[in-house]
Design a protein. Structure first.
Length: 442
């Protein structure tokens, strides 16, 4: 007997993914091998604790799987310690906060509107509720010209003034490389732990196309499902520098994850992470990572040449952030996301530096190339995607978010009804579908 409602939705989602092009930079396609292990018999097991130190019997195979995952993570990222149990990136980051800080202690992180992540101290996150959070931003000038966008003088000033126990470096919407060395100099000066959140660029680091934070930071966190192409999950790594600062740092991380935050690990997820780490160590993955960056540069150049303003002037990784506040109007990210959804180009609305609106109605969109690259798309397809995006965005110049918040929902509904009937939108949707169907998904 089958639950037809859910199976029907699975088929619909398969159809959506095959017929469209996924551009959300935090999404990717896990391989058949990863997905097969994810639904294996390991899904049935309960394994509270760590290898050789479990609270349940029957964990001999689980222990082997977790130890393999740990060793592969340590080898791939060149670190002496790895915890592969976090359910996802947010609890992994919270575990780091619990390890390095007491409730009420000060931590620093990149502001959400400047491309940072919620779990780096935003006030709606537990990391901003239980800890005193100080947020740093980006430079107010040169935001579309490229180069390093961090104001290290201002970050150092904040660190000296507030004396944080923990400083986060890493982002969810930053299109350029990070200078981990400069952040390390600031953290070391004030005696803070420095944690690098590489969730977005972990695969690029593994593939050798993005600098590694390992020589400079004490702790590294990452999800496993973005550029690393694994299952949804996360890891916490401790570096040689971290163990030098605190020889018990690994043990403290373990205790913060379990029993501090979580119960039993998801053993099927751990097994799938091990597979993903194996795949990420192959020459084919290095080739893939290089193509991800090449594709991002081609796509960003196409968009920029079409007149769009890109934060950082382009892309040095897998991600592109478009500032629409002048091209269209403040708050127009929602219109662009919805219109591109209709043609099968999926991305997400996103805040931009010095955001004039709010995270609910932001003035930008965020996109990237990991998923499309996994399908085998290259320069030609990136140019096609960029050109179609420009066509769609050009249709939206007459739409402007009402200043009165009470009128916004009705206005957006009216917009969706109108744009859904647009003949150009329907034509572009057919063109996108035709290209997408030439490239299989794993």
């Amino acid at each position: 007997m089958k639950d037809t409602k859910i199976y029907d939705l699975v088929k619909k989602e398969e159809k959506r993914q095959k017929e469209g092009i996924e551009l959300i930079p935090s999404e990717n396609y896990a391989s058949e091998h990863v997905r097969k292990v994810l639904s294996s018999y390991f899904v049935n097991k309960y394994s509270e604790g760590y290898p050789k130190k479990r609270y349940y019997g029957g964990n001999e195979n689980v222990d082997s799987v977790e130890l393999i995952a740990q060793e592969r993570a340590k080898k791939l990222f060149k670190v002496p310690f790895a915890n592969v149990q976090p359910y996802s990136g947010s609890p992994a980051n919270m575990a780091v906060c619990l390890t390095t800080c007491r409730p009420g202690d000060t931590l620093m992180g990149q502001a959400l509107t400047a491309g940072g992540h919620l779990t780096h101290g935003h006030n709606v996150s537990a990391t901003g509720i239980f800890f005193n959070s100080v947020q740093y931003g980006l430079k107010s000038t040169g935001i579309h010209e490229g180069g390093d966008l961090f104001d290290y003088k201002e970050i150092r000033k904040l660190a000296r003034e507030h004396k944080p126990k923990l400083i986060w470096v890493g982002a969810t919407a930053y299109p350029l490389k990070f200078n981990y060395k400069k952040f390390a100099e600031i953290a070391d000066e004030v005696g803070a732990f420095l944690a690098a959140d590489i969730a977005h660029v972990a695969g690029l680091i593994a593939g050798g196309v993005h600098p590694s934070p390992v020589p400079y930071v004490h702790i590294v966190t990452t999800t496993t499902h973005k550029t690393l192409r694994g299952p949804r999950g996360a890891m916490i790594l401790v570096t040689e520098k971290g163990l030098k600062k605190d020889p018990e740092l690994g043990d403290k991380i373990n205790k913060a994850v379990f029993p501090g935050l979580q119960g039993g690990p998801h053993d099927n997820q751990t097994a799938a992470i091990a597979i993903a780490l194996y795949e990420a160590s192959t020459p084919a993955f290095k080739k893939y990572s290089l193509q991800v960056v090449k594709n991002a540069k081609t796509l960003s150049s196409t968009l920029k040449n079409g007149g769009l303003k890109l934060v950082g002037g382009g892309s040095e990784n897998h991600l592109i952030l478009i500032d629409l506040s002048k091209t269209l109007s403040p708050g127009s990210g929602v219109f662009v996301q919805k219109a591109l959804d209709l043609v099968g180009l999926t991305l997400n609305k996103n805040t931009v530096p010095a955001e004039p609106m709010s995270p609910f109605y932001p003035s930008g969109v965020r996109l990237g190339t990991p998923a499309a690259t996994t399908r085998g798309m290259k320069d030609k397809e990136m140019k096609f995607i960029g050109e179609k995006m420009l066509e769609v965005i050009n249709l939206l110049k007459d739409y402007k978010l009402p200043e009165d918040k009470k009128l916004r929902s009705k206005y957006i509904a009216k917009f969706e009804a109108e744009i859904g009937k647009n003949k150009i939108i329907k034509r572009i949707g057919g063109e996108v579908r035709k290209v997408a169907m030439r490239f299989s998904i794993p």
